[in-house]
Design a protein around this ligand. Structure first.
Ligand code: ADP
Ligand code: MG
Length: 567
């Protein structure tokens, strides 16, 4: 799961943090022992100065522990901030991805969800500080205890361990009850809100009884959720109290006899009391009130995060394509399992170097086809292969490098012309960038912008849609992609500028797929795919003109002078 993965990335920082915790645990480890020694060797034998010496040593150890704690806090940020960044990145990516399915990324969802991320960050920090400190001090104190009163060790340690185990077992049910309580709260608010808003209508239709019953039902439900939560909390308190007090009581019951028999010294008993009362008991109490609340908050926030931004399905294979041939076999895809498929049983083979034009009315599925070829969309049936392997099994980095899609809406960002052009070719020389610009006919534009170091505004501000498209085309022309898909990428250019762009890509190495905005694109291609809702038609211009009345009609409507085969 996302959180664990993000946490794993911070492994190093967490290990360092735990390393310093060991130092923090030293005072808890030695506290009872040092106090015991101060009594046995000093105060009880009439040498108070020696006793004071041991106590001073204890003070020094406490300072050392404080230093460890300080280091823990200083290193906390190094773990928690990157964790937050990683989670936010995943959430934003998830929302954008969901948006690419529904067309509109949901900005408010990002805001809403990043609040959960904030809780997760806080609670993670809390857990790292509190739960870790509890673990360290309890373990250290128990070790110290076992070493000091070894004959009683299990008698004392067993109740503490049993309490911890029971407490852990109780946590899931606490989390469930907490969540039910939150949901019941929300339900009451929503039902009551509806009724109060419509109170006049409710009275008008004498529906008061009915409304009362509705609200009452929710209130009852909330009440029982609260009671159940209270029971669980009380049980938690009892468990913790038993773990904290039982050992102390047992110790005090056994101690007098053992001291008299000489198996324990007074200092040992005092040491055990110090361990139990200054380390173990406070730790358990803190576990009951603050720590478990933090853990519950963390669990609930993580669940809501998972519901709100489900982990996205980025195909993450590692297959190595052999060449860059594209092959679609029996590909069928509809936007939902019940919807009419937009692509149906499509067979298409494009050896490296092909030049295909896709034509058809808008909304027929041309962009969907582009998504299938790039591997962004998974076919419901059939297979899409790139270089002989399923395109979605190619490592994402390689897929992005080798298949470039230029959409109709261009993406330019604030920065220099050079940065915008080199987006997919970060190592390209200025000469290579300018050459690409020249090829697609963007040279004059770039000169006007002040050359490669000229600036482009936010979202290409200051540029016309056509100019922005030219830059986007130059950028992909300069990239190392073997397959270029222009999805109406020249829609804002005039026909002759469009012809130059297509010409530039046709003479570039690799495969070109032009999703045509104008039928003229079909004339320039070697192969034409006509999508019109029926079975897709595939052929070169002359074949289609000869065999498809529809294609002939389209051409005739577009170009009044008939085009003869062999043109
Ligand atoms: P074209 O590119 O030919 O204009 P599209 O491939 O964009 O057509 O769309 C084909 C059909 O699929 C349309 O009916 C469109 O509404 C639908 N569609 C496109 N994208 C999505 C999507 N993300 N979710 C649901 N339906 C979609
Ligand atoms: Mg489209």
């Amino acid at each position: 799961m996302t959180y664990l993965r993000a946490l794993r990335e911070q492994r190093r920082g967490i290990v360092v943090l735990l390393g310093w915790s060991v130092l923090e645990g030293v005072p808890a480890l030695l506290s009872g022992r040092l106090v015991g020694l101060a009594v046995d060797r000093g105060f009880a034998t009439g040498r108070p100065w020696i006793g004071v010496g041991w106590l001073l040593l204890f003070a020094a150890v406490a300072v050392l522990g404080g230093f460890g704690l300080r280091q823990v806090f200083m290193r906390l940020g190094a773990v928690v901030e990157p964790l937050r960044d990683a989670l936010v990145r995943q959430v934003v990516r998830g929302v954008l991805h969901a948006g690419s399915q529904t067309r509109q990324p949901d900005a408010s969802a990002v805001a809403r969800i990043t609040r959960h991320v904030e809780v997760v960050r806080d609670a993670t920090a809390g857990v790292l500080v509190q739960a870790r400190a509890l673990l360290v001090t309890t373990t250290a104190a128990l070790i110290g205890l076992a070493a000091t009163v070894s004959s009683l060790a299990w008698l004392v340690i067993l109740p503490v361990v049993a309490a911890l185990v029971l407490f852990t077992l109780l946590l899931p049910s606490l989390a469930r009850r907490q969540r039910n309580l939150v949901l019941a709260d929300e339900q009451v608010a929503s039902v009551a809100g509806t009724v109060f808003l419509g109170v006049r209508d409710v009275t008008a239709v004498t529906g008061a009884d009915h409304a009362l019953r509705d609200v009452g039902e929710q209130v009852d439900r909330q009440a029982s959720a609260t009671v159940r939560m209270a029971f669980a909390t009380a049980l938690r308190g009892v468990v913790i109290a038993l773990g904290g007090f039982a050992p102390l009581v047992l110790l005090l019951l056994m101690a007098p006899g053992m001291v008299r028999a000489g198996t324990l010294t007074v200092g040992d008993v005092l040491a055990a009391v110090v361990y139990l009362s200054t380390s173990v008991q406070p730790a358990l109490r803190r576990l009951a009130d603050t720590t478990s609340t933090i853990v519950l908050r963390l669990v609930v926030a993580l669940r809501r995060l998972a519901e709100a931004a489900p982990p996205i399905d980025v195909p993450a294979g590692n297959a190595a394509p052999n060449g860059s041939d594209i092959e679609l076999r029996g590909v069928t895809f509809g936007w939902s399992p019940t919807a009419e498929p937009v692509v149906r049983s499509l067979d298409l083979v494009l050896p490296k170097g092909s030049h295909l034009a896709v034509i058809g009315p808008s909304g027929i599925g041309k962009s969907t086809l582009a998504g299938l070829i790039t591997g962004m969309v998974e076919p419901q049936a059939g297979e899409v292969h790139f270089g002989g392997v399923p395109v979605r099994s190619v490592a994402p980095g390689q897929r992005h490098d080798r298949i470039a899609l230029v959409p109709q809406e261009t993406y330019l960002f604030t920065g220099t012309v050079r940065e915008n052009l080199a987006l997919f070719a970060p190592t390209a020389s200025d000469a290579a960038l300018l050459e690409a610009a020249e090829a697609v006919g963007a040279s004059a534009l770039i000169t006007r912008l002040g050359g490669l170091s000229g600036t482009v505004g936010h979202s290409g501000g200051g540029l016309s849609a056509g100019e922005a498209q030219l830059l986007a085309c130059a950028r992909v022309h300069a990239s190392p992609a073997d397959v270029v898909i222009l999805d109406e990428a020249t829609s804002a250019l005039d026909p002759s500028a469009e012809a130059q762009v297509e010409q530039a890509f046709a003479t570039r190495d690799g495969t070109l797929i032009v999703i045509a905005h104008r039928l003229s694109s079909a004339l320039r291609a070697d192969l034409v795919l006509l999508m019109d809702g029926g079975p897709p038609l595939l052929g070169n211009h002359d074949d289609l003109l000869a065999t498809s009345p529809l294609y002939g009609d389209l051409m005739a409507a577009w170009q009044p002078t008939p085009i003869s085969p062999g043109h």
